[in-house]
Design a protein around this ligand. Structure first.
Ligand code: SF4
Ligand code: SF4
Length: 389
């Protein structure tokens, strides 16, 4: 069976243009009735990582949220929205991102993403019990509105990773601590998607984020709204557009392995506009090969020579302490150094989760790559090019 992905050009965030592109995407899939048969209520899940203005490209743009909400409201659905940010309250983040105002204007309810309920998932491969935001359980279907950005742990954050925000508050940090390996963490994300089963995905890649994402990277115009029912096919298609091999994206390979979707090119059917229109050859993203430290015996060596690590750029640090607050390691790997008046990282405790890099409000934490790993990356690239990409 094939997985359709629709690519629709959108020149910017002008409300009318976004609405036109969103309606085109929904029409290609038969409209909301065909996507959510039998449902009466829909929960929209934008990416609200932290409170930043829309032009920073950290969060799903309010114009995209507005257009999708309108499609469902016009079709007679009760519509709500929510997300659990990495830092800050859901309400303050939604306000800063411009989504709360749009929701209030349209009459879209703000669902409870602060409190959680325990849900058993016996079919889970990595995880068999999740804490899910109460609001998610109060709607018939979930429609996911991810933002396409780079990410320290999983290379990119897109459709599969967007559902992590359905886990409320500090629980997300616990998952990071218990599953520090990127492949196993991605397997948990895939389990979470298999449990929640979003009915549809609308990816905001009109302005994506490259470089030091998902908070402090550079906004990058792609002019793309992408639609699919298959989150793996959607992420794999976007990865190909930025010339990132989907095999390097653990959420894609684990998603295929556990039957969530497909990343194989021959199994994906592209609808809509010509994909060449959206290609970004020089998109700044980590392209090094994946390493899974599954053998505990080698873990210290793997950590030292192969795993990327967080680096604090002292000249950019403002000493706000956010990173020390969110570090999920027990005991914490990031502590305040009184003598230096800066945070410092204990590399022996650091689990390489990159939560600190994700939330630093001043872009003062970067992803460092060990020399051996960079050399492996060049070797991998040369193999790919000699094999014809
Ligand atoms: S979050 Fe960033 S700016 Fe704040 S203390 Fe940590 S490194 Fe410095
Ligand atoms: S220092 Fe950063 S990367 Fe290391 S465990 Fe703490 S939050 Fe994760």
């Amino acid at each position: 069976m094939s997985s359709p992905v629709a690519l629709v050009f959108c020149p910017g965030y002008d409300e009318e243009e976004v609405e036109k592109a969103v309606r085109q995407g929904f029409a290609l899939f038969g409209g909301p009735g065909a996507l959510c048969p039998g449902a009466k209520s829909v929960l929209l899940k934008p990416n609200l990582l932290v409170g930043e203005a829309p032009e920073r490209a950290v969060t799903t743009h309010p114009a995209v949220f507005r257009a999708v909400a309108k499609v469902f409201l016009e079709a007679g659905y009760r519509v709500g929205f929510g997300d659990s940010p990495a830092f800050g309250s859901p309400e303050s983040v939604a306000k800063k991102a411009g989504i709360l105002e749009v929701a209030r204007t349209l009459g879209v309810d703000f669902a409870d993403f602060t409190h959680g309920v325990e849900v058993d998932f016996p079919e889970g491969v990595q995880h068999r019990k999740f804490t899910i935001a109460r609001g998610v359980r109060e709607y018939d279907v979930l429609v996911s509105l991810p933002k396409w950005k780079t990410h320290g742990l999983t290379r990119v954050t897109g459709a599969v990773k967007n559902q992590l925000g359905c886990v409320p508050g500090v629980r997300k940090g616990e998952y990071h601590f218990r599953i520090p390996d990127a492949t196993l963490f991605s397997r948990m994300l895939v389990d979470l998607n298999r449990l929640l089963r979003p009915a549809f995905f609308v990816m905001d890649a009109v302005v994506a984020m490259e470089g030091n994402g998902p908070r402090n990277g550079k906004p990058r115009f792609m002019g793309l709204l992408a639609f699919s029912r298959d989150p793996v096919a959607l992420d794999a298609t976007l990865a190909r557009l930025i010339h990132l091999d989907p095999a390097l994206v653990p959420t894609c390979s684990e998603g295929e392995r556990l039957g969530l979707g497909t990343w194989r090119k021959e199994a994906i059917v592209l609808w809509g506009d010509d994909p060449r229109r959206f290609e970004q050859r020089d998109f700044e993203v980590l392209r090094i090969p994946r390493v899974s430290p599954s053998r505990k015996l080698f873990l210290p060596l793997v950590r030292r020579f192969l795993l990327p690590y967080p680096v604090i750029r002292r000249e950019l640090c403002k000493g706000c302490g956010v990173c020390t607050e969110v570090c999920p390691a027990h005991p914490k790997a990031l502590c305040w150094n009184e003598r230096l008046r800066l945070p410092s990282i204990d590399s022996t405790r650091c689990i390489r989760c990159f939560v600190c890099q994700e939330v630093c409000p001043h872009g003062a934490i970067l992803v460092g790559v060990p020399l051996v790993r960079r050399m492996l990356g060049r070797w991998h690239d040369s193999l790919c090019s000699s094999a014809g990409g």
